[in-house]
Design a binder for this molecule. Sequence first.
Ligand code: SAT
Ligand code: MN
Length: 587
Amino acid sequence: MKPTQNKILRGWVDEMAQLTKPDRIHWCDGSEEEYSALCNEIIASGKGFPLNTETHPNSLLHRSDPTDVARVEHLTFICTRQREDVGPNNNWMEPNEGHQMVDGLFEGSMQGRTMYVIPYVMGPLASPYARTGVEVTDSPYVAANMRIMTRMGSEALARLEAEPKVPFVKGLHCTGDLNPERRYILHFPETLTIKSIGSGYGGNALLGKKCHALRLASWQARQEGWLAEHMLIMGVETPEGETHYIAAAFPSACGKTNLAMIIPPLSQEGYKITTVGDDIAWLHVGDDGRLYAINPEAGMFGVAPGTSEDTNPHALTAVQKNSIYTNVAVTPDMQPWWEGLTKDMPENLTDWQGRPYDPENGKAAQANSRFTAPVSQLPCLSPEFDNPQGVPISAILFGGRRASLAPLVLETLDWTHGVFAGATVASETTAASIGKVGVVRRDPMAMRPFCGYHFGDYFAHWLGFQEKSDNLPKIFHVNWFRQNTDGDFIWPGFGDNVRVLRWVLDRCQGKGEAVRTPIGYLPTPGSIDIEGLDLEKGAMDELISFDRDLWQTEMDDIKMFLAEYRDRLPPELRAEAERIKRELQIA
Ligand code: SAT
Ligand code: MN
């Protein structure tokens, strides 16, 4: 492909090449041939392995450096002129200092290597809400993944050339020496720039995803009056043939991909789920005052462990071909395998690090091992996936992993309470990020690692939507992860979650029964269809009730958490905390 007519892009790529000094520059066109060549590069590097061509045509296993298997929040920075703008929720660096520090590491870092220039569009190509970006990287693995995850290549370049004055996101990525001491993920929202070095892992290296579509986009969204959120988007088709759309935010590795494509059980005949997106939603207020969502991505970067014919058959179908598997195990005949894929572990597995499987070494597949697959391969892909206007959202769900406290579902009392519920989401940490797993931490709107600015301002931005429209979706809080004293999950989850979605949609239509409590509207017994479910005695009562004492303690914790945002915390949220506390005391 010839270098571009877009002078700004050309100048920037030249500059990046002068800094990193690659031997070759390849402008990605997104073609099939190019994809094959990228895969061959990955294989030639010794880190990629072709999978069984009969069972998994055109697919690849990639083994990462064992120290580079998750996002690194402590090495992720937002670089703005004013330190206060990033809030206590982000690491901050002064922009000049940031550039200087990493440019030292980028200096000559692509010597002997190819620089891939990846023009991409986030969102449907014809959408006014879609945004362009260009990532330059020395990693063929990143380039191949970006082809699946975004609309990448000639069409994206054509858009960049058609709008030469529209700013695009500039992302520089270099694998570097993978030394965690020299690993940095820097974001410069004021100049729409990303610089990432020292990691080849998904969220650190596929810059269109978390870096662009969430951290930078959230910053732009605030300035321009829209929302960039860590949300799945799903359609729920009813037996009457209507489709309602739901957007849901859960922290990484809490089941967004699974929920976005559930198959309702037989007893829920007539309900059908279609998937618009499984990780990120960009939301705009439409002319009718409703919130419309597009999925900026074109692929899924899903957690492999636990994905099976039982838990997510659609995802399993989608990953059967043209997919990249990262850090899973393989069978002797080169089929990918991970814990939970089959009940029995196949014999003679090779583990994710390429060793003969030995339980002494831990799991066969890495806990955060992933598949990258085009959403177009999903049997349940929504016909609206490419709709340039997006889909109208009826309900927003927030949630996390909570073994206790949070009920199965609650409807918030109004938009302010909904924003409060989102802002105070807590969840047990997962393997998607480096650090201790299973500790409860607050993760507002599941955006803690991804909001590119001060959470206080972010909450205010959310609250401000009330002024833009009186036709906003209802906001709910869900928790599929309640456990009994033995540590077993009380709610079956997966396909049966459609039962909860039905109650949610009923509520959106003024149907469905609920009782008002200080923490929100809770379903009345019987208002969620549990026919055919094998629940423990009393389980449902426990799932839809709340414990006043536990909630008192929770409110104290929430007040402490909100206090971190000091004078940037919207007073409405403090007032909401006061209201709940007061009502809890009335009993
Ligand atoms: O950050 S990733 O995109 O690699 C996955 C996640 O944590 O959601
Ligand atoms: Mn995610």
